[in-house]
Design a binder for this molecule. Structure first.
Ligand code: NAD
Length: 266
């Protein structure tokens, strides 16, 4: 089996990486940074986001495992003490693969420039660099609302516990093929009106944001943040692709939610 390791690059994560490499040497594993079957991400959720984007071109072939060297993460949900057990399970192929939905992000430009496409594991958000964001929100080709405010965020189910949650979005189980649109400080008064609630959209729906003011926007995709100029529209859709995680023991999603946000170990 071919593997690669993505480390957060701090002392603890690098030590654990060396330990993992030592264990892996005892089995039939070869290091392959280009075409790994399995990627061990050692650090936090941010480390796994980096690993995901590094290998997002080969999601059918690559499965991910996240080990946390800080606090428990949503993707980095294995403990450092479990590394030996994890390697043995990998070698014996004693693991399940679970799949989570992803978000397709397409940015179209006003000029004859080719569209930019991204895959998001957590979310994509849109903000205006200087002024209030004013965008028309279209659902399935029909005008839904004119949004005025700080920004909009479209999250995946597994990203619903990240930025989406901080914006008042619902926590969505990752078995549901959905995407969720949340508002950032919308302007709502007698003149301007938005729905004011997060929208959970199914897989076959398409949400298009069309600029009303300004052609330049700050678009985030997970940890990536880029200024896009001359934007004509931003399209969001539940992706046909999925990310795969290797699971060695059950760790139900709601248990992770409880351990992360309510109390640990209950
Ligand atoms: P980072 O690694 O410091 O991550 C920020 C925090 O988000 C960490 O505590 C991490 O554990 C947590 N996180 C990431 N994905 C998560 C998930 N799916 N569920 C629950 N918690 C999760 O910073 P980064 O590498 O720049 O990470 C980018 C992510 O940070 C973005 O995808 C976004 O979701 C999140 N973020 C959150 C806020 C907020 O909560 N106000 C604001 C901006 C970005």
């Amino acid at each position: 089996m071919k593997y690669a390791i993505q480390s957060r690059n701090d002392k603890v994560s690098n030590q654990l990486m060396d330990e993992a490499i030592d264990y892996l040497k005892g089995f039939d594993f070869t290091y392959d940074n280009e075409e790994p079957d399995i990627v061990l991400s050692i650090g936090g959720d941010g480390t796994l986001l980096h690993a995901f984007h590094k290998y997002s071109h080969r999601l059918k072939e690559t499965a991910f495992v996240g080990i946390h060297t800080g606090h428990l993460g949503f993707y980095a949900d294995w403990q450092p003490a479990e590394i030996e057990k994890l390697v043995i399970s990998l070698a014996r192929k004693e693991y399940d693969v679970i799949e989570y939905p992803l978000l397709d992000v397409t940015i179209n430009y006003r000029e004859e420039k080719e569209s930019t496409r991204y895959l998001a594991l957590n979310e994509s958000s849109v903000k205006s660099p200087e002024v209030t964001l004013v965008m028309d929100v279209e659902l399935n080709g029909k005008h839904f609302e004119r949004f005025r405010g700080d920004g909009l965020c479209m999250s995946t189910p597994s990203g619903s516990t990240a930025y989406n949650k901080a914006l008042g979005g619902a926590i969505v189980h990752p078995s549901l093929l959905t995407m969720q649109l949340t508002e950032m400080a919308s302007i709502n008064n007698r003149v301007f009106r938005t729905v004011g609630s997060p929208l959970i959209l199914p897989a076959h729906h398409i949400c298009v944001l069309k600029p009303v003011r300004g052609p330049d926007f700050m678009v985030t995709v997970d940890h990536l943040q880029l200024l896009h100029k001359d934007v004509k529209s931003i399209e969001y859709q539940v992706s046909k692709q999925k990310v795969r995680f290797a699971r060695f023991r059950p760790f139900p999603f709601w248990r992770r939610v409880k351990d992360s946000f309510i109390e640990n170990g209950g």
